[in-house]
Design a protein around this ligand. Structure first.
Ligand SMILES: C[S@@+](CC[C@H](N)C(=O)[O-])C[C@H]1O[C@@H](n2cnc3c(N)ncnc32)[C@H](O)[C@@H]1O
Length: 302
């Protein structure tokens, strides 16, 4: 029987040889997942023998990872702002940069006030990560989370229920904001498909082969879905309501194709009549998030 330490070292070697960027961390997460312990617990158990059945299951998941199946898809979950979200092949693996979008969304919400129930709409909810994180952080808000994919809606609903948020987060299968009433929302937040077509083939295998295309592909310049959202977002937001979008950013693609998608999105918002249009960078310093608000009414700075 191999020890935990030996099994980890062997897995790390295999993952490194397969080109996995973080072989040790991945080896640890995979074993922790099988043993159903925290990753830190492995360090104090390196001398423990690994039963044969467990070693066989471990070898199996390590093999899947060497084929560049994403770690989160093998584990079946990802953490997002401290919440554990269940994943299937029908939803995007939540990305760390989207946590910054949630941070901005929380800052853009009206301050809590007695009796008020701000309405947030999460468009393209996928796993439900944004909707759940906002509802978890702000107990006074209602969230409508929409996705055009029925399979994604099922995953989001399961996550909402697992986190006990079903009384305040309502998941709806619909195209963008078409099912929502006029002037009903205080905040629309959306991480919609935004990758330009030319980028898709150059993505890392973990993304290209495993994230649903419906979650990625945004047409020639990546902005097809956002363009369709803007007029209806104006209809659905209250006066002074805020629209907050994640974009591919003002950056280079994996194939070194340049884009100024954040700037282009800002221009689209202004052209659609949003005011106070501003941008923010992600943790890597890439200008990626764009906000604007509908005119008239008191409004607040996004
Ligand atoms: C980039 S993923 C984002 C998922 C999730 N919000 C996140 O941040 O991880 C985009 C999501 O938008 C959904 N989507 C694509 N077109 C849509 C549309 N017309 N209406 C609603 N949702 C759409 C996709 O099914 C996918 O779940």
């Amino acid at each position: 029987m191999p020890t935990v330490g030996a099994a980890l070292a062997d897995a790390e070697e295999r993952l490194a040889a397969a080109g996995v960027e973080t072989p040790r961390v991945d080896a640890e997460w995979l074993l922790a997942g099988i043993l159903e312990v925290g990753r830190n617990a492995l360090a104090v158990n390196v001398m423990r023998p690994l039963p044969e059945m467990t070693a066989a299951r471990y070898a199996d998941v390590v093999k899947r990872r060497t084929r560049r199946e994403p770690l989160q898809r093998i584990l079946g979950w990802e953490e997002f702002r401290g919440l554990r979200l269940r994943l299937t092949n029908d939803v995007l693996v939540p990305r760390p940069e989207t946590e910054a979008l949630v941070e901005w969304a929380l800052g853009a919400l009206p301050a809590p006030s007695a009796g008020a129930r701000p309405l947030v709409v999460d468009v393209g909810t996928g796993s439900g990560c944004i909707a759940c994180a906002i509802a978890h952080a702000r107990l006074d808000v209602e969230v409508v989370a929409v996705d055009i994919s029925g399979a994604a809606v099922e995953v989001a609903r399961a996550n909402v229920e697992a986190l006990g948020l079903e009384r305040r987060v309502h998941v709806v299968a619909t195209d963008l904001t078409s099912a929502l009433g006029e002037a009903s929302a205080d905040l629309i937040v959306a991480n919609l498909p935004y990758l330009p077509d030319a980028w898709l083939d150059a993505l890392a295998p973990e993304v290209r082969a495993h994230d649903p295309r419906l979650a990625l592909a945004g047409g020639a310049d990546g902005l097809d879905v956002v363009r369709r959202l803007l007029p209806d977002a104006r209809r659905v937001l209250r006066p002074g309501g805020v629209l907050l979008l994640e974009t591919a950013g003002d950056t280079l693609s994996p194939a070194a194709i340049g884009t100024l998608q954040a700037s282009a999105t800002a221009t689209l918002l202004s052209a659609a009549g949003f005011v106070g249009v501003t941008a923010r960078a992600d943790l890597a310093g890439v200008t990626r998030f764009i906000a604007g608000r509908t005119p008239a009414g008191a409004g607040h700075t996004p």
